[in-house]
Design a protein around this ligand. Sequence first.
Ligand code: HEC
Length: 257
Amino acid sequence: MRRLMMLMLLATTVPGVMHAGPLGGTGGIVSGSLGALQEKTVKDGVFTVDQAVRGRERYDATCQRCHGADLTGGAGRSLTGDVFLRDWAGLTLDGLFERMQSMPPDGSESLAADAYVDIISYVLERNGFPAGAGELSAGVLGGVRVEGDEGPNVVPNFALVRVVGCLTGSEGDGWRLSHASEEARAADPAASAGDERAAAEAAPLGDAAFQLMYVFPSPAAYVGHKVETKGLLIRGDDDEHSLNVTSVQSLAERCGP
Ligand code: HEC
């Protein structure tokens, strides 16, 4: 269920990704976040105290019953702490805004755009980010990135990544990577070639594990191989992450630490 929600979110917040051809499209995401150097982050005082107060009123009236009085969640997901950062770190606030605009889920009480921007201010305040001199407005959301204490280096949710690991699993039980490296950002969703492939072959294994989703064609011939997998990173609730796979290639017929 959660995963489905995330994919729907992915499809709505990153237009083009799902439909991108093997060589096109995703360059935009990567350069978008590299351009982040000129962006503000939520640490820069991007909303005002008054705005957060307004946001709180809105939140308490419309969102609290599912997301909790203290934002830690209930029927709806936590909007605070580690969960918030895992979901949103590295992404700009327009994604959060779009997601909020579909809330409450039954569409019964949709709010005006400004109200959601105020709620974002409140959510940021509750996550410990500072207020500043100017109000947050809908037009600047795309220029403000969510950033936690880990700083800009954490790989954001939904980013295109490359992982090297051992392929396990089966068609029926699903495919997994074990002894996998940490995720690294990738610019091209297709299997690496040339120098990039050589680097993948030389890459050390690690102790991460990933669930692989939507793997076509079947990678059954590579079970037990050291493989390079690329895909969109979907962070799970705990440490278990998934990849919405764009490519799998065998690097070696044996795999192991
Ligand atoms: C009737 C219950 C309900 C109400 C009311 C509600 N939500 Fe939600 N919300 C949910 C559910 C369910 C999800 C999906 C949880 C999941 O993906 O695991 C969700 C997800 C979200 C997410 C995405 C969280 C994430 O990190 O993936 C945001 C943001 C959000 N809601 C904000 C709001 C805001 C703002 C309001 C008020 C305007 C609101 N919600 C009102 C039930 C609710």
